[in-house]
Design a protein around this ligand. Sequence first.
Ligand code: PEP
Ligand code: MG
Length: 571
Amino acid sequence: MREKWNGIAASPGIAIGKVLWYRESVWKSPHGQVENVEAELERYHLAVARFCANIENRTQKASARVRKEQIEILNTHVAMAKDPYLNGQIEGRIGAHQCAEWAIEAACGTFMTLLSSSADELIRQRASDVKDVRDGLLRLLMNIPEGDLSFVQPGTVLVADELPPSVAAQIDPRRIIGIITRKGGTTSHSAILARAMEIPAVLGVALPPLELLDGEPVIVDGNLGFALISPSEKEISDYRKKQAADLKNRSALKHFIGKETRAADGTRIILEANVGGFEEAVRAAEYTAEGIGLLRTEYLYMENPSLPSEEEQLEAYRRVFSAVGGKPTAIRTLDIGGDKALPYLELDKEENPFLGYRAIRFSLEEKEMFRTQLRAILRAGAFAPVKLILPFVTSLREIGEVKEQLALVRQELEEQEKEYGKEIPLGVMVETPAAVIMAEQLAREVDFFSIGTNDLTQYVLSVDRGNPQVASFYSYFDPAVLRCVKWAVEKGREAGIPVSICGEAASDPLLTPVFLAFGAASLSVVPGALLSIRREISFWNLKEAAEVTKEALSLSCERQVKELLLKKRRG
Ligand code: PEP
Ligand code: MG
């Protein structure tokens, strides 16, 4: 029966193949006592030596096929098996008469628990390396053969609960064309390897408890993060076409990884990413975003069962910095309300939540909570170039109040001798009609503008952005919206502050020439659009973009604007 499984888009691309369920052999190691400690230590040392020799053998023999990333994993395993700390723990247990299997299992178990409790995703992932080393050693001691992927048929989509790194390291992309797993995120070994080998992968899928029949047809969409099991003939043929187009497009886009973002006439544009969590930040870094133009902090509050503490927030921001290599990050204060609720706060139900107790209005009422976030953001500024963005601003009074809170927080941090960023620029989201109309005055009070076209479209056109019944009225191509964006960019530029555009419109290549012509200094886009927008920018010079934009703004409705921009699109 056809099924759709949703998960994390961990490695882009589309694969159409057959399922192979990877089953880890189930075995139980003995937990016995030994008399002869010396002999048991020798058994253990021999297993370590064989484990390392096997790996070295494998990397040498298959060096032509094995990738750098795979070799790195295997080398990590050798280093781990020889790790003096782990060895000491195991030897100590054998010295206390535990058999080698028991000693390995217990010592590795403690180590894994320690690693799994780290707040750092990358350290947590290392627990699976320890598990792999443990299993490798136990297999050798108990004579159990390793999972072997060399026999798999070309066109295989590997489905697994989890792919141990040693198994992932055996993957041959000529045979395994897609990966689906229940565990693992974008930074797991499986994800890193899948991307390195360009194998589409969807991870973090809630797999059904029953094992699928091997050989079942499956489509893996690593761009959107889902898999279709037993798809129809029509879906397969549609996906074949999508796959061909996707391949062509992706190979053209790859050229833009690591390139500076410049228009055809050399005009430099800063291209950043909008992210709502660590996983997206990892993707942004892979597509070489120049920074995070918008970090939506709601995820921190929504994923937590209660309000995140200052330390938890600081840790989360630092994780984002580690994902993007310390690049500039614009952190937006909590944008709660509207369509985003926080169950543990039990706020009153509102008739018009999008016009209600939302974002900065909420923060300025809940001052203690707001100051906790400001403290975390300011302290994060000691670790990376941070900017602060305020959402849903409708009046200058709000900026004044935020500055008062910032002054209080700075004073507290000084008194407590905490490290914090002393030069954190303060910006506003220009996403309400009031902010657009008052752009000139606002620009004198802040250091930058970030134009949020998602809300701006909603409020300018009076269309609920989440209501499907009025979806046809919601369009960022509407001349009314574009004129607002133009005005806000102009007022920002006149005041000498940089203006970024960060709503979804910035990720739409049809609008690239328009935003170039308006004079936006930077665009902040969804990670998956970074390369296509970088490419689109490279096709335009400012003079031609200005001509198209002039024509677009002379039109009277969104349909005409969209049609014109479709006709003019370069990419
Ligand atoms: C926007 O409104 O355009 C924006 C970027 O913010 P969000 O989508 O989070 O409201
Ligand atoms: Mg918004």
